[in-house]
Design a protein around this ligand. Structure first.
Ligand code: C2E
Ligand code: CA
Ligand code: CA
Length: 567
């Protein structure tokens, strides 16, 4: 039976009407009535038995006599004081060292003293504790979560302690999940959490703030000292994680903010650390994994946000155009190909190069939409080129995403057939690095495309470490020597040897070689001597709209003789 204190008060104050004894008999709550001198005038059996005493050992005595000597520091003392001395009703939860339980004590000032009711609150306190713990704990790693980080940051800020908040973002964690499975991804996170956790000391703390992000809070006398410490902790993440014999390399980008210099409010600090982390992921190399926040990152982020909104609005291609850059035969000077290069004709910013918006498009997952537009547009350009008698293929660039698109070859066949074009009018350039990122998927898509008759070219060749074995495996037609080696021909470095090697390799595999980015006559002469088949670059012509391209092609010699690019 739960007691209603109003009934009790009434019984005490009127002394009749209600039978106090009966009321208290069944009560599971402990009840005691004390007078103005804290002397117990009444207690029920529960109260007495809780203290291991009989009621007559309590009645007529003060708690100083029947409870242990530390009564003055107990919750019972507080409750008595509140209602008897301060004449205030109170309801409080506290730990009783005497009972070794959590108690909820309600106390009411009554005429001549106070009425106190206590019940065991241990279960609900423990439950509340677990709930509170769960709310600030990351279930997978056992680390504090974002809420715990917020509490920590607020604590440090209240104490006005200077500290550094480092936000750690795992690079390509999605790939780990997709390649090895989510269970392995979880084990990687747990391992990294444990490495960081076991190395933190003193007030340093590590948190998991989201799927692939951890945070470190390190305090110290100066940002230099905290950064030094953070760099040291990061070295723990260098060794690959080994799971059932599988070595999984991990790489992190790190953005840092220093409080109070960069603010002391949690939201602002986390936002700024996030901006620094974004920058770290974009530019920081392995040798410099830590990117401190800078104010200009905020401006850049605003700019990116505006550009992102504008880009999303024109993904239908209404503001994109493809320019054509000719590829010419190094022996005859005839146009043997053209590369379509995208431009964003921005209404306010002018003509934007791919470097100014494709990385952003990739970040927001818009590459497939852009690739699809480029393909449709390229097919229309091909048809126009054919209509004025061109026999060379048009090359387009596709992103790595396109290689994973199993529907791509089928769509292409349909679109080419609709335009009445042979597949050999189209060449697809794929950067060597993208090709190597997922060899299995690449081979599947490339084979399907090659079987259709589409020509394939490996772009930026020499920068992506493809092995000879893979090269023989890919159904490609052309290697495009990366611009850096062509530029290198003007210097004294090893570029000449590299170009020579690539040409030999390509020819031995029966592939054509195009050199890209030739900017002067000297490079053209050298490329011709090195038996490169064709060249593309400012030394010949920049990328231009279709009408100019048409005039350029018409001004060059016609393709004659055994030309590798004639189709
Ligand atoms: P890329 O495929 O290597 O294209 C060659 C880039 O080198 C082009 O830059 C071209 O304008 C530039 N270039 C050509 N000759 C010279 C030269 O003599 N000197 C110098 N310095 N540069 C030269 P652009 O148009 O800015 O394109 C940059 C990159 O953007 C391309 O590199 C390609 O990876 C990507 N891209 C361009 N168009 C598309 C597209 O339609 N779709 C996709 N997915 N990517 C594209
Ligand atoms: Ca290209
Ligand atoms: Ca290239």
């Amino acid at each position: 039976m739960k007691l209603d204190p109003n009934d009790l008060l009434l019984a005490l104050e009127t002394g009749g009407g209600l039978n106090l004894e009966t009321l208290l008999n069944d009560a599971s709550e402990a009840v005691v009535f004390v007078d103005g001198d804290w002397i117990a005038r009444y207690c029920n059996a529960t109260f007495a038995s809780n203290l291991g005493l009989a009621p007559n050992q309590i009645i007529g005595r003060t708690p100083f006599e029947y409870t242990p000597t530390d009564f003055k520091r107990s919750i019972f003392y507080d409750a008595c004081y509140k209602c008897v001395v301060e004449r205030q009703a109170t309801s409080q939860v506290g730990f009783s060292t005497v009972l070794n339980r959590w108690l909820m004590i309600r106390a009411y000032p009554v005429r001549g003293g106070g009425l106190l009711l206590a019940n065991d609150a241990t279960d609900s306190v423990v439950k509340a504790y677990h709930l509170a713990q769960a709310a600030v704990r990351d279930e997978l790693t056992g680390l504090g979560n974002k809420l715990a980080l917020e509490q920590r940051v607020e604590e440090m800020a209240t104490r006005m302690e200077p500290f550094t908040l480092a936000l750690l973002g795992l690079r390509r964690f999605r790939e780990i999940n997709e390649t090895h499975g989510y269970a392995t991804g979880d084990l990687v996170l747990m391992e990294l959490a444990s490495r960081l956790q076991s190395a933190t000391r003193g007030t340093e703390a590590v948190f998991r703030v989201s799927g692939d992000e951890f945070a470190l809070v390190v305090n110290g006398p100066s940002p230099e000292s905290t950064h030094e410490r953070i760099r040291l902790l990061l070295t723990l993440l260098h060794p690959p994680v080994v799971i059932e014999g599988l070595r999984i390399p991990v790489s992190v980008g790190v953005g840092t903010v220093n409080s109070p210099v960069h603010g002391d409010a949690f939201g602002l600090l986390l936002k700024r650390a996030g901006l620094a982390l974004g920058e770290a992921k974009r530019v920081a190399s392995q040798a410099l994994p830590v990117m401190p926040f800078r104010m200009d990152l905020e401006l850049a982020a605003k700019h990116r946000l505006v550009l992102e909104q504008e880009l999303r609005q024109c993904l239908d291609g209404s503001q994109f155009t493809l320019l054509l850059q000719p590829k010419v035969c190094l022996n005859t000077g005839a146009v043997v190909g053209a590369e379509a290069l995208i431009r964003w004709v921005h209404p306010k910013r002018g003509i934007l190069s791919p470097g100014a918006f494709l990385p952003l498009a990739r970040e927001i997952g818009a590459m497939r939409t852009i690739d699809a537009w480029v393909l449709r547009q390229a097919i229309s350009l091909c048809a126009q080129l054919r209509d004025f008698g061109a026999t060379f293929p048009l090359s387009i660039n596709l992103s790595a995403d396109a290689l994973g698109d199993v529907m791509l070859p089928e769509r292409l066949i349909r679109d080419l057939a609709t335009a009445g074009l042979p597949a050999s009018m189209l060449e697809i350039e794929i950067p060597e690095g993208d090709l190597m990122a997922d060899v299995q998927a690449s081979v599947r898509t490339l084979e399907a495309l090659a079987n259709m008759g589409v020509r394939l070219s490996i772009d930026d060749f020499g920068t992506g470490y493809s092995s000879f074995a893979y090269l023989a495996q890919f159904p490609v037609h052309t290697l495009k020597i990366d611009r850096s080696f062509v530029i290198g021909l003007s210097g004294s470095g090893p570029s000449r040897k590299i170009v020579k090697g690539i040409v030999r390799l390509a020819h031995s595999l029966g592939l054509d070689v195009v050199a890209e980015g030739a900017e002067d006559e000297n490079q053209l002469v050298q490329l011709q001597r090195l038996k490169c088949d064709a060249v593309q670059g400012f030394a010949v012509a920049p990328a231009m709209p279709l009408p100019q391209f048409r005039a350029f092609a018409a001004s060059r010699p016609a393709v004659a003789g055994p030309d590798p690019f004639a189709i």
